[in-house]
Design a protein around this ligand. Structure first.
Ligand SMILES: Cc1ncc(COP(=O)(O)O)c(C=O)c1O
Length: 411
């Protein structure tokens, strides 16, 4: 087996064959999606799972289900993928950014407290690189201000916070099945929740508002003769088409059965990197406070070698590659400094509802979240998504040699 093929096995092919042999009757949520939803919800101990075609459409559906609309504010951390800001903008709502904690790299809860206003409607904590956020104070603030909490657990499968799985603590949990994630359907995602009304709203939004849809069923037809009646009205809600194809769901069903193994493997690889930098004072790993269990999407660390050693991020990365390291992944830019947001390249300017976005009140510029801006250029991520453990060991070894080359400790 090549290192690229290790993630997919014979079970995927069995389920895919089953889908194709079924002839794919209707294009709405089918059997494989239902099976994947049930298996995933069961593993996470929740009532509902609603599959989607990405971990961005999941976030969009969650905001819609939470009732986020024009002029509302949605708070997410400055350091995350652009998706959170974009889906907020798609609801004609205003993205508000919190700074990050310098040790966990996750949402700074004190800054969150400061950023809540009477317009705030939802919070999207992001469990960055697999490490859960500090959820207790987030849920307390949400209860105090009547806010909906949407956990973005795209990178955090089976990560835990004080004994509870990430994604099951907020009102809604969102996961991505994109290729780099703990389990993959190529592209895809899932929303989980215990709330029947939210589950139904998410599912309807993601399946063009079909009225027949319920919290646990994506079925859009009852009796054929009713559906075929010219007077039949199908759509009772507004929505998009975010369904996961059945073939992708077949892959997901096989993957979810192996999810624990995938996560364990990443945790083992994370430990290898952690050991490699144990004596290094200038590469500081993301810190999991007591009671947190990291899902280890990547091994993330803050590189202080530029100031401590006079060795740039790029020179360190180059040396790592010379020792056969595969490459070091940088962090995304803080979201509000991405050109699309700086230039406010989105629609809705004509929206008749009073909204700070359209009245020039929103000004995204450097200095908004100083910790995130200072830490983002220093972040280094090392890949934990590796099939062959010898190859993983070689990667950790390359990191150890790089650290030794530049001097492990700083005096
Ligand atoms: C934290 C986070 N949220 C959301 C997403 C969006 O997921 P997708 O790529 O499946 O749309 C990603 C994917 O990169 C992510 O890392």
């Amino acid at each position: 087996m090549t290192d690229k093929a290790w993630r997919f096995g014979a079970e995927e092919l069995v389920y895919i064959k089953e889908v194709l042999e079924s002839g794919l009757g209707a294009s709405t949520f089918g059997t494989m999606n239902q099976r994947l939803e049930k298996a995933f919800a069961q593993r996470f101990g929740v009532r509902y799972g609603i599959t989607h075609n990405s971990g961005t459409s999941t976030l969009h559906a969650c905001l819609a289900a939470a009732g986020v609309g024009p002029g509302d504010e949605v708070i997410s951390p400055a350091l995350t993928v652009i998706s959170n800001a974009f889906v907020t903008l798609h609801q004609n709502a205003v993205p508000v950014f919190t700074d990050i904690d310098p040790e966990t790299f996750n949402m700074d809860v004190e800054d969150l407290r400061r950023k809540i206003t009477p317009r705030t409607k939802a919070i999207m904590p992001v469990h960055l690189y697999g490490l859960p956020c500090d959820m207790d104070p987030i849920m307390e603030l949400a209860a105090e201000h009547d806010l909906v909490v949407i956990e973005d657990a795209a990178q955090c499968f089976l990560g835990a916070y004080k004994g509870r799985l990430a994604g099951t603590i907020g009102h809604l949990g969102s996961f991505s099945f994109e290729n780099t994630k703990h389990m993959s359907t190529g592209d895809g995602g899932i929303v989980i929740t215990d709330d029947e009304n939210l589950a139904q709203a998410v599912r309807q939004f993601s399946c063009i508002g079909f009225g027949m849809i319920t919290a646990d069923s994506g079925r859009v037809r009852s009796k054929a003769f009713a559906f075929q009646d010219p007077d039949y009205k199908r759509h009772t809600a507004f929505g998009w088409q975010y369904r996961l194809p059945e073939v992708a769901a077949a892959v997901g069903l096989a993957q979810v059965a192996r999810l624990d193994d995938y996560v364990d493997r990443r945790r083992q690889i994370w430990e290898m990197y952690d050991e490699a930098v144990a004596d290094c004072a200038y590469l500081i790993p993301q810190k999991a406070p007591e009671g947190y269990k990291n899902a280890c999407w990547t091994f993330a660390a803050r590189y202080e070698g530029e100031s401590e050693l006079g060795v740039s991020w790029h020179d360190f990365a180059k040396k790592f590659q010379e020792y056969s390291g595969e490459g070091i992944y940088a962090a995304w830019s803080v979201a509000y400094l991405e050109p699309a947001l700086v230039a406010q390249r989105f629609y809705g300017k004509g929206c008749p509802i009073r909204c700070p976005l359209y009245e020039g009140e929103v000004d995204w510029r450097a200095g908004l979240c100083p910790q995130a801006e200072a830490i983002q250029p220093k972040l280094m991520q090392f890949k934990c998504n590796i099939g062959d453990m010898d190859h993983a060991r070689a990667q950790a070894d390359a990191l150890r040699k790089t650290v030794e080359f530049f001097g492990a400790t700083v005096h």
